[in-house]
Design a protein around this ligand. Structure first.
Ligand code: MN
Length: 205
């Protein structure tokens, strides 16, 4: 099996300033994301061959096929690997604003308006107990977008949801700059959301 490598980020660690500071970005990427990647590789090596060769999205979507002795490690570390890939791409130095097109329509259909979506997402992500992520997801059962909070590194894929936009609210994502002020981190983060990327993700489902 070929090992996964830490994906590169397409912008510099300092380019999301002042919303996310360079030191937080550097540690988050080179230490935290690296560790999920390494631990995922270690767990994948122990899987039966036919499972090893499946891609990470498929593995997370079918997490119940993973032997029970490895399921927790794969859920956490492959989830962490995938979540952070999405997270770096969710953000851009020239971000913010609003989604366009079909995604914009779907957000308004579910939440009432873009502003109501932002408020709902912010409030419910701020109130996650302990470590986790707030997500805008696509639910293929209802054919709707919705909000879902997930604990720790558990991927929305593990419960049949397709992640569109995710916000990491582990303390490692914001503590250096914002300390205990998670709601302030969340309100600032909207300035760097890469809506073009989120639209592409939605349009390619
Ligand atoms: Mn993180």
């Amino acid at each position: 099996m070929s090992k996964y490598e830490l994906p590169e980020i397409t912008y510099g660690y300092n380019e999301l300033e002042p919303y996310i500071d360079a030191k937080t970005m550097e540690i988050h990427h080179t230490k935290h994301h690296q560790k999920y990647t390494d631990m995922m590789n270690t767990a994948l090596e122990k899987l039966p061959k036919e499972l090893q060769d499946k891609n990470i999205h498929e593995i997370l979507t079918n997490i119940n096929l993973i032997p029970s002795t490895l399921r927790s490690a794969i859920n956490f570390n492959a989830g962490g690997f995938d979540n952070h890939n999405l997270f770096w791409n969710n953000m851009t130095p020239n971000g913010g604003g609003q989604p366009n097109g079909k995604l914009s329509e779907e957000i308004s259909s579910t939440f009432g308006s873009f502003e109501e979506f932002k408020t709902f997402f912010s409030t419910n992500t701020a109130s996650i107990q302990g470590s986790g992520w707030g997500w805008l997801v696509y639910n293929k059962e209802s054919n709707k977008v919705e909000f879902k909070s997930m604990p720790n590194q558990t991927s929305p894929r593990t419960i049949g949801l397709t992640p569109l936009l995710g916000l990491d609210v582990w303390e490692h994502a914001y503590y250096l700059k914002y300390q205990n002020r998670r709601p302030e981190y969340i309100s600032q983060w909207w300035n760097i959301v890469n809506w073009r990327e989120v639209e592409n993700r939605f349009n390619s489902i």
